[in-house]
Design a protein around this ligand. Structure first.
Ligand code: ZN
Length: 189
């Protein structure tokens, strides 16, 4: 399973709407390109130390995202998120209440930006086996899912920022911002 190259900001694929996955192709027996892509995305996300990855970030214009979080130094105060593959994910409900979180992105690797998003979302999707899933997410998971689903619509976290004074290189963020939680930070899940 190879680690794939990450598409960085400026790569046109990051600005395209991704194509839905054909569930028949997803479930096909034998050598299955989509299942191989999912395995490679998992390996790439882990290799890069990411919390989530979307197929356009490995230059595949398909509606697949993967999330997983095990305690690491990138987001030290958050709880674990088990490995989950979401195929054709759709946000079917967003809470009115919002929260702000310093987001990072493998495609904008050395930047962090403060982004305000709904605190709770409901996501409908299919698993990698083609089973329907409905996930009610809050806190950190809600942030990660909204960030990754944005990638399927050609958006990056910069597009969600309302105040670009809250954009920082990781090193400066660690020096000047990391200790100060935003007042409306989402609670841990
Ligand atoms: Zn991202």
């Amino acid at each position: 399973m190879p680690v794939l190259e990450i598409a960085k900001l400026g790569h046109p694929i990051l600005r395209k709407k991704a194509r839905p996955v054909d569930l028949k192709e997803l479930k096909a027996q034998g050598d299955n390109k989509l299942q191989r892509l999912i395995d490679d995305m998992i390996e790439t996300m882990r290799d890069e130390g990411g919390v989530g990855i979307a197929a356009p970030q490995v230059a595949e214009s398909l509606q697949v995202i993967i999330v997983e979080y095990r305690q690491n130094e990138r987001y030290p105060s958050q709880d674990d998120i088990p490995l989950t593959v979401y195929v054709n994910p759709v946000i079917t409900h967003s809470s009115k209440e919002t929260g702000s979180f310093w987001e990072g992105c493998l495609s904008l690797k050395d930047l962090r930006g403060l982004v305000t998003r709904p605190r709770e979302v409901t996501v409908e999707a299919f698993s990698r086996d083609g089973e329907k899933m409905v996930v009610e997410a809050r806190g950190f998971l809600a942030v990660v899912l909204q960030h990754e689903i944005d990638h399927l619509h050609g958006k990056v976290f910069l597009d969600r920022m309302t105040d670009l004074t809250q954009l920082a290189w990781v090193e400066e963020w660690e020096t000047y911002w990391a200790e100060k939680e935003p007042a409306d930070a989402p609670e841990s899940i």
